[in-house]
Ligand binder design. Structure first.
Ligand code: HGY
Ligand code: MN
Ligand code: MN
Length: 425
């Protein structure tokens, strides 16, 4: 198989990417397509149409993932690729989208060149990869691989809504989120194309990142319960100011990240103050924070170190503290055989590449428990992502999609992608 022939149609891909970008909240800076939102519903219908036009048999699995199937010569455990089409609030046009539209383009090129794989190929738009207010990130891939539990459906967001009810309102069967569909079947292998969302590839002038590991992510939602008071009449020494306690917690989080290993980061991304009036001492504050690293030892110690300090500061301010921790995933190494195969395909195509970790979380972290899984990155301009300035050139995306095609062909040609894979057989 001359994989040069699988080169993507760059204009077609670029045009589709911008068609999808139109499906976003009208009044948002950048691009916003949050899970369970109407723009997200419209985008999923649009993706189903593109999958069908490309010749895929399209279903929605019980977990709410859109799955397009391209039959192979022999069937058997399917080869899987894909990513997500939901965005963060005020995000960009490329995060996740490149992996879904790129996979659909690979299918078109396989069919246009008369290339039939041995294995069925599944192209997946995973439900809700971005962090949602209820259960963390990677909702669809966690559901499909059996990570979620009935308790997950009872988790509520700061809006007070329950995940199970929100999923029902979106047209999903919440019990489907608990049906580990993919955990029930063997998969031949998984490969995801994604933008790097960091500066490394651009700074080094390289085409491709071959991902070696996906960082572990711990997150918390802390509730600080103080007492609302008149800002003019309550003496400073007699206050129970929830926001002061939360503000000290923000600095604790930052110190924890700065004191960690090179790969450690810590972020407070959301703060909600109640009642939020200029002349009222804040009675309640909700703070969302997350910690990431490739160093599992450091990450495993974060909860104890951080909670001790935040609890001490809250007590100093007479504020009650409730902390709800969740872990998106531990540090996940990608499969060495998939790494090697993607690197060999990059060499064959003449694409420069670098083996590198992912500081972002991805659906691949959950597929990796079910089959030999890996990821390939294309550069992000200035390393920017999760913002309107997120950008990757058409030519860079085309190189990534071409490599995705060539790598999937290599995975398909192997009877077993990794004979050492310790997961389910
Ligand atoms: O948060 C992340 O790393 C990913 O973009 N969901
Ligand atoms: Mn993503
Ligand atoms: Mn993202």
């Amino acid at each position: 198989m001359n994989v040069e022939l699988l080169e993507p149609d760059r204009e077609r891909l670029w045009s589709e990417l911008h068609d999808l970008a139109r499906l976003s909240e009208a009044d948002s800076a950048g691009w916003t397509r949050r899970v369970f939102s109407e723009p997200y519903r419209a985008a999923r219908d649009w993706v189903r149409g593109r999958m069908r036009d490309a010749g895929l048999a399209v279903t929605t699995d019980p977990a709410g993932n859109i799955v397009g199937r391209l039959p192979g010569r022999h069937g058997g455990p399917p080869l899987v690729t894909g990513s997500h089409t939901d965005t963060v609030e005020g995000g960009g046009r490329f995060d996740g989208v490149v992996g879904v539209l790129g996979a659909i383009e690979v299918v078109r090129r396989l069919r246009e060149t008369g290339t039939q794989l041995d294995h069925d190929l599944l192209v997946v738009d995973f439900l809700g990869e971005e962090v949602n207010p209820y259960s963390g990130s990677c909702l669809g891939s966690q559901a499909a691989t059996g990570v979620l539990t009935a308790d997950t459906l009872d988790r509520t967001g700061v809006d007070g809504k329950r995940l199970g009810d929100v999923a029902t309102a979106f047209g999903l069967d919440p019990d489907g989120l608990l049906a580990p569909t993919w955990a029930m079947q063997r998969l031949h292998g998984y490969l995801e194309l994604h933008i790097e969302q960091g500066p490394t590839l651009e700074q080094r002038g390289l085409d491709i990142g071959v991902v070696t590991a996906i960082v572990g992510i711990e997150r918390f939602l802390a509730t600080f319960i103080g007492r609302a008071d008149h800002a003019g009449t309550r003496r400073m020494g007699d206050r129970r100011d929830a926001l002061v306690a939360a503000a000290k917690a923000v600095l604790t989080v930052e110190r924890e990240g700065c004191a960690g290993p090179d790969s450690a980061v810590a972020t407070c991304g959301a703060l909600r103050i109640e009642p939020g009036a200029e002349n009222v001492v804040p009675g309640r504050a909700l703070l969302a924070a997350e910690f990431r690293s490739e160093d599992q030892t450091w990450l495993s110690g974060v909860r104890r170190r951080v909670v001790d300090e935040i609890a001490r500061h809250s007590a100093e301010n007479g504020v009650e503290l409730l902390v709800d921790w969740s872990a998106d995933n531990p540090v996940v190494p990608t499969n060495p055989s998939v790494q090697n195969l993607a690197a060999a395909a990059a060499d064959e195509l003449g694409a420069s590449w670098l083996a590198m970790p992912s500081g972002a979380g991805h659906d691949a972290a959950h597929l990796a428990a079910r089959c030999p899984a890996g990821m390939i990155f294309v550069p992000s301009r200035d390393g920017r992502s999760h913002c309107p300035d997120e950008w990757t050139d058409a030519a860079q995306i085309a190189t990534g999609v071409h490599l995705l095609a060539a790598s999937l062909v290599r995975m398909d040609q192997q009877a077993t992608v990794d004979t050492e894979f310790a997961g389910p057989r």
